[in-house]
Design a protein around this ligand. Structure first.
Ligand code: ZN
Length: 309
């Protein structure tokens, strides 16, 4: 059985974002605390005992406290069910949580060499002593089975593939520590339970649904998909920023080339938006955008939501 827990559903900054006074952030601080959401990450397990994080958000410590599946085993002085972390990109909201996983518990980081290069050239990540925390490169289009800390197989099979996107914004215009080949900067994942064959797709960052991607995810039992903005110029229109969704490497939910239209008709059984920015009106339960997304068969998750396949 494949278990997925949404640890955080929000995009970078979370809801509310520390310096944001927009309608949604203010509501989350005040009358509508149910709107609060941490930065996006999921946990996945094939045995309900050992878990792998997909990305480690800056909110990881808070997420671990509120997720009983990830607490130390009862009676153990030092233990964690977290067997590994799979990184799909090098953004702050994907890697900063690694710093909360120091304290000498064994686990493995799986990432493309481009992202591993970002970690190895930032000395602060040396708090994860490589004697305890191994770093293993993964390659595009090569499936791998993550291991448990004792070396035994996890029962999961993960296939990383290239998705249209952007390198981490703090590297824009800068030399990438992993070299100029940007291939591994944004990965999608196909995650499967080897025993049952059940699988899902994780695409929390995606700038465009190409015909190749549509073909890949057609008929999938579950897709977790980039829900950063409702419309491409959302941040500009709200006076919150100067960048479009596309400029940040994120497809919009709405519009002719948006995710809702692009994934309609692909026969996907369960569609869930993830990485939702605090500017996105889909977060408001009574908004027209929320109704439109739900009518199109999409779910807007809350932190802690569990999905079983
Ligand atoms: Zn806001």
């Amino acid at each position: 059985m494949l278990r997925v827990v949404v640890l955080g559903a929000a995009a970078g900054g979370g809801v509310p974002q520390w310096n944001c006074g927009c309608r949604i952030c203010n509501a989350a601080r005040g009358a509508n605390p149910e709107l609060q959401s941490t930065q996006s990450s999921i946990a996945v397990s094939a045995d309900d005992e050992h878990w792998f994080l997909i990305n480690a958000s800056p909110d990881l410590r808070q997420q671990l406290i509120s997720t009983p599946q990830l607490h130390p085993k009862h009676g153990a002085l030092r233990h964690s069910p977290i067997a590994g972390v799979v990184l799909t990109n090098g953004e702050v909201d994907a890697v900063a949580g690694l710093l909360s996983l120091r304290e000498s518990s064994p686990f493995t980081i799986y990432a493309h060499r481009q992202v591993l290069a970002i970690l190895s050239t930032n000395s602060i990540f040396n708090v994860l002593n490589e004697k305890c925390v191994q770093r293993r490169p993964v390659a595009v289009d090569e499936p791998f089975e993550p291991q448990l800390p004792d070396g035994s197989p996890s029962g999961l099979e993960i296939l990383p593939f290239v998705v249209s996107g952007k390198r981490a914004w703090y590297l824009e215009g800068k030399q990438h520590p992993g070299g100029d080949d940007a291939e591994g900067d944004t990965l999608g994942l196909r995650i499967a339970d080897k025993r049952s064959g059940k699988h899902f797709y994780y695409l929390a960052a995606c700038a465009q649904v190409t015909p190749e991607l549509a073909k890949r995810i057609k008929g999938a039992p579950l897709v977790l998909f980039d829900g950063t903005v409702w419309r491409d110029d959302e941040l500009i229109a709200a006076g919150l920023g100067a960048k479009t969704g596309q400029a940040m490497g994120h497809i919009a939910m709405s519009g002719e080339s948006g995710a809702i239209t692009a994934l309609a008709g692909l026969d996907i059984a369960h569609k869930v938006f993830l990485h939702i920015n605090n500017s996105n009106p889909v977060l408001l339960h009574d908004s027209a955008e929320r109704k439109a997304a739900e009518q199109a068969g999409w779910q807007i998750p809350h932190d802690g939501m569990e999905i079983t396949l």
